[in-house]
Design a protein. Structure first.
Length: 240
């Protein structure tokens, strides 16, 4: 595993995670903490349009949820987030400027709620990781969630493919937990879906690690439509 020593990256005036000591276990523990459901990014409050898809009967059981998530993972917004993660990781590791990638990621948000989902989670993530740099958490400019996590991963010795797999796993897990409550599904169904999606997640992480920004693109149009229609849904639990 490559190590990064004594690195700090300036993003909109915020110093992110200066590293003075590094071990593989340190990187693993930080990655587990940052992508834990308990980490304060507010992921639990977003359904990524799935709430509307359930409302319209497009997702109604374990099989239809599996198909929906597979499309997002391989052809939709989760794939794009994986590509943005990889590009940001490479740029951060090289000590470059991630702002153009962040601006591109923000521009790719297909609806108001999708924009809010990625930007507010990214901002919350940057505030929370200030605890690792010794700085006091405070207001930061917004940044897409995958870009923020990728920068932190690169600056803390987390290799690209494990970081990608962990990030995508966390996103998928959060959406499954939301659907478990809304469909509703049993917890055993949620665990079964995580098991079924394990290999696809690893495959996407491997493919995204070798990608470039030219590989961005989504064919999951129905998911984008659901995200837009969720904005005017009368009764809803989630923010997106």
């Amino acid at each position: 595993m490559a190590t990064i020593m004594d690195i700090s990256i300036m993003i909109t005036g915020i110093t992110i995670i200066p590293m003075t000591e590094f071990t593989a276990n340190t990187a693993l523990l930080r990655l587990m903490t940052w992508l834990s459901p308990a980490f304060p990014v507010g992921a639990f409050s977003y359904s990524h349009g799935i709430e509307r898809a359930i409302h319209d009967g497009l997702i109604r059981d374990k099989d239809t949820l599996h198909s929906w998530l597979t499309d997002l993972l391989q052809h939709g917004s989760i794939w794009n987030d994986a590509v943005l993660f990889a590009a940001s990781w490479h740029e951060a590791q090289a000590g470059g400027d991630c702002q153009p990638i962040a601006a591109l990621g923000e521009a790719m948000a297909g609806s108001r709620e999708r924009h809010m989902e990625t930007m507010l989670q990214g901002s919350a993530f940057l505030q929370a990781i200030a605890h690792w740099s010794g700085d006091q958490p405070g207001a930061t400019e917004e940044m897409p969630y995958p870009v923020a996590v990728a920068i932190a991963a690169a600056c803390n010795g987390v290799e690209l493919q494990p970081g990608l797999a962990a990030f995508v796993h966390a996103v998928i897990s959060n959406l499954i937990q939301g659907a478990v409550r809304l469909v509703p599904l049993g917890q055993s169904h949620g665990v079964a879906l995580m098991a079924a999606l394990e290999r696809p997640i690893l495959a996407v992480a491997q493919r995204a690690a070798a990608s470039s920004l030219d590989d961005l693109g989504s064919a999951a149009i129905l998911s984008d439509i659901m995200a837009m229609q969720h904005e005017t849904q009368y009764s809803r639990v989630f923010r997106s």
